[in-house]
Design a protein around this ligand. Structure first.
Ligand code: UDP
Ligand code: MG
Length: 332
């Protein structure tokens, strides 16, 4: 297969207002880097607005653009997976549709990749413009917590904005899990990965598609996908509670022998309530893992493609297969 030098992969959900500007800016950035030898892969993740209409219009006028329409909203990480499956470039840039990450950095990121002989250049946010204090604070806290509990070193303050080599991407694509925390999975792949510091801009248009609920889900996918520390919580808590109950036993014994009979309704209630809360929490944690195990065991396709506009060169390794795949060896 003839690979383009560069693929730029963009997951889009309700981004109709951004797409024209996005298309112009990523095209310019790609031309400045590799001339005409590039493809753009836009994935419409079941948008409720006219994103797919805009994509079809753009792709009709631009042979570089491959537009993919998923069968429904699958979520950011799966939409991105679809794009990564279907792209074919020798180098791959992942970028958000809202232009918070400037595509113009591509030139410098490619240079960093060559100079530092890296397989992955991941962009690290120094500043985040136009995001609420709450979002910044929760993001900062989350990345630090994640760093403490995970076994894989996942870089701090890094989104999915990154440049990857084909071999790093192929390695990434061999990971089959359903609950996908892509930046963690890329870190897990290894090879040489180097940071690239930049300032994150404001959204060009529209509003965030990551409300608190989705953020919490992503955070849980990250923790459960890369750490079993929470599962060990029960045994740790058990150990400490045993130590505490030994002290309590001492206290009870003293009360018994000095004759000052136990009056403490408050302390009894406290212990009951605390124990109940701990047990619920630990049970919940186990449930998070068990639920994911259940979902994984079903081995459903990660996403389904409804329509494609433009010249797709890559192959879906998971999920959707094109009619002409029958005749070919998968992964060719
Ligand atoms: N996105 C997506 N599917 C979703 C939610 C988001 O494809 O269900 C895309 C969205 O269009 C954008 C990227 O994921 O390109 C990041 O989303 P957003 O900018 O809303 O997140 P934030 O930057 O606020 O964390
Ligand atoms: Mg954004």
């Amino acid at each position: 297969m003839q690979r383009p030098a560069l693929s730029i992969v963009v997951p889009c959900y309700n981004e109709a207002a951004c797409l024209d500007q996005l298309h112009a800016r990523v095209s310019a950035a790609a031309r400045a880097s590799v001339g005409e030898d590039f493809e753009l892969v836009f994935i419409n993740d079941g948008s409720k607005d006219d994103s797919w209409g805009v994509m079809q219009r753009l792709s009709a006028a631009d042979p570089h653009l491959v537009a993919i329409n998923l069968s429904r909203n699958h979520g950011h990480q799966l939409a991105l997976t679809a794009g990564l499956d279907l792209c074919s470039g020798a180098q791959i840039l992942i970028i958000d549709a809202d232009l918070q990450d400037p595509p113009e950095l591509l030139v410098d990121m490619r240079r960093a990749m060559v100079e530092q002989q890296a397989d992955v250049v991941y962009a690290v946010r120094r500043k985040r413009e136009g995001e609420s204090l709450f979002k910044k604070a929760t993001a900062a806290a989350f990345y630090r917590l994640l760093d403490r509990v995970t076994d894989t070193a996942i870089p701090l303050d890094t989104g999915d904005f990154r440049l990857m080599s084909r071999r790093a991407l192929d390695a990434f694509l061999s990971l089959p899990e359903q609950a996908r925390f892509i930046r963690g999975m890329v870190a897990w792949v290894g090879f040489r990965q180097v940071p690239f510091v930049y300032d994150r801009a404001e959204r060009f248009a529209g509003e965030t598609n990551y409300p608190l609920g989705k953020m919490i889900r992503l955070a849980l996918d990250a923790v459960t996908g890369f750490s079993t520390t929470p599962l060990r919580l029960a045994s740790h808590l058990g150990l400490w509670l045993t130590a505490a109950s030994l002290l309590l036993f001492l206290y009870i014994a003293i009360g018994f022998f000095t004759g000052s009979a136990v009056a403490g309704w408050t302390s009894t209630m406290l212990v009951v309530v605390l124990l109940g809360a701990f047990q619920m929490f630990v049970l919940g944690m186990i449930g998070e893992y068990l639920g994911r195990l259940y979902v994984e065991s079903k081995r459903r396709p990660l996403y389904l493609v409804a329509d494609v506009a433009g010249p797709v060169k890559g192959r879906a390794t998971l999920g959707y297969r094109f009619a002409d795949d029958e005749a070919e060896v998968p992964g060719e």
